[in-house]
Design a binder for this molecule. Structure first.
Ligand SMILES: Cc1ncc(COP(=O)(O)O)c(C=O)c1O
Length: 386
């Protein structure tokens, strides 16, 4: 059997809506389907200031423009994140300051943030790894204390809840990804949420190449002109049509993924050697969207051997991120691997297991059977590996 790490889920309505979008002749951004997506997100999660973008990467960049990030500014973020989190500040001449992650959810270690704050710190960008919300409440308190902006990179956590609210609702800015590796996708897509109402008008200028074209679209004025620095950050309406089909079925997609996640947790709990492995701590305040399931193995060599064996069985499990501070670019920025020991340690031991909404019972059972066998032979029968 071949088990991919991820498989985009298609609801069936995508092609219908995309056809309608094409027939309407309104193919670029902010037309009917974009409006419908925003209305749905507002109705379901009480989010406003929604700007649909071509990716989460572009949403992060748009956010950095919006807060006027300058050369020399410092931005604190976990080292254990995707390159886009760091690039979004680096391209404006600002400096990513990498923070450790904790092993309970692989998110930023809140206890280590304050020691990284200097007079140059402007922003914090936490992420929600594998869809588990970070400790946003504590992060917002730190931000308030030092007058910092928080841009929450929720690339993996659309529909995850923190204390009953969607992840992304509490920070000043938040970014989602609708890339085809995510739970709900339109191929490539994203959104910037501007929770800070005072920044919304400027965001609309930045998104529209630095013009006030939105005012023309809204019928407020006849012509538009150059009013700001900006770029092109609109999601084409044809893709918004695909996204609408996905978000209309979000409950169904999430339910399917949660079902798989729960079965992974049950499987883990029944392992006689589970104490040699660690899985995320699922706290009662956090309801992840089941974007991922991961385990920490005792050491890197065992992790690498486990992945090799899974691959031999046709199963694509995955290592997660390579920490940014010890990646080629991180080293160029002056970091050394030992600068963030916790992150190096956890990132070297993590395994992400396959999970997708369309995963069949027999596929999951196949993964679990092989994973149990291989883990058992590595952990129990082979003490030399410890
Ligand atoms: C934390 C994080 N931020 C940003 C991104 C980039 O998302 P996109 O591909 O939509 O640009 C990803 C992609 O996986 C991610 O994991």
């Amino acid at each position: 059997m071949k088990i991919p790490f991820n498989k985009p889920y298609i609801t069936g309505n995508e092609i219908v809506y995309m056809g309608e979008a094409i027939k309407s002749g309104k193919l670029s951004g902010n037309y009917d389907f974009s409006k419908r997506v925003k209305a749905l997100v507002k109705a379901k999660y009480d989010l406003e200031g929604i700007f649909l973008t071509p990716s989460c990467t572009s949403a992060l960049e748009m956010g950095a423009l919006l807060v006027d990030l300058q050369p020399g500014d410092e931005v604190i973020m976990p080292s254990y994140t995707f390159t886009s989190t760091a690039n979004s500040v680096l391209i404006f001449g600002a400096k990513p300051i990498f923070c450790e992650v904790n092993s309970k959810d692989m998110n930023i270690d809140v206890d280590k943030i304050e020691s990284l704050i200097t007079s140059k710190t402007k922003m914090i960008i936490p992420i929600d790894y594998a869809g588990i919300p970070c400790d946003i409440e504590e992060i917002m308190l730190i931000a308030e204390k030092y007058n910092l902006i928080v841009m929450h990179d929720c690339a993996q956590s659309y529909a995850s809840l923190f204390k009953g609210e969607i992840s992304g609702k509490r920070a000043h800015l938040a970014c989602y990804s609708f890339h085809d590796t995510k739970n709900y996708n339109c191929g490539e897509g994203g959104a910037l949420i501007v929770n800070d109402t005072s920044k919304r008008e400027r965001a609309s200028f930045i998104m529209e190449k630095g013009t006030d074209r939105t005012k023309v679209v809204q019928g407020i004025q006849e012509r538009y002109s150059w009013v700001e620095k900006g770029s092109s950050y609109l999601l084409a309406d044809v893709l918004a049509a695909m996204l609408l089909a996905q978000l209309e079925q979000e409950g169904e997609i999430t339910k399917k993924r949660k079902n798989i996640l729960e079965k992974y947790i049950e499987w883990y709990n029944e392992l006689s050697f589970k104490h040699d492995l660690k899985i995320p701590v699922y706290s009662k305040d956090k309801h992840p969207n089941a974007h991922g399931f991961w385990m920490l193995l005792p050491n890197r060599s065992m992790r690498d051997e486990f992945l090799k064996r899974m691959e031999k069985n046709g199963i694509s499990a995955y290592i997660g991120y390579i920490p940014l501070h010890s990646a080629k670019m991180g080293l160029k920025l002056g970091y050394k691997p030992e600068d963030l020991e916790q992150t190096e340690n956890f990132a070297g031991r993590i395994v992400r297991m396959p999970i997708y909404a369309g995963m069949r019972e027999e596929e999951l059972e196949y993964v679990q059977r092989h994973a149990k066998y291989e883990l058992e032979s590595l952990l129990v029968n082979n003490d030399d590996n410890r």
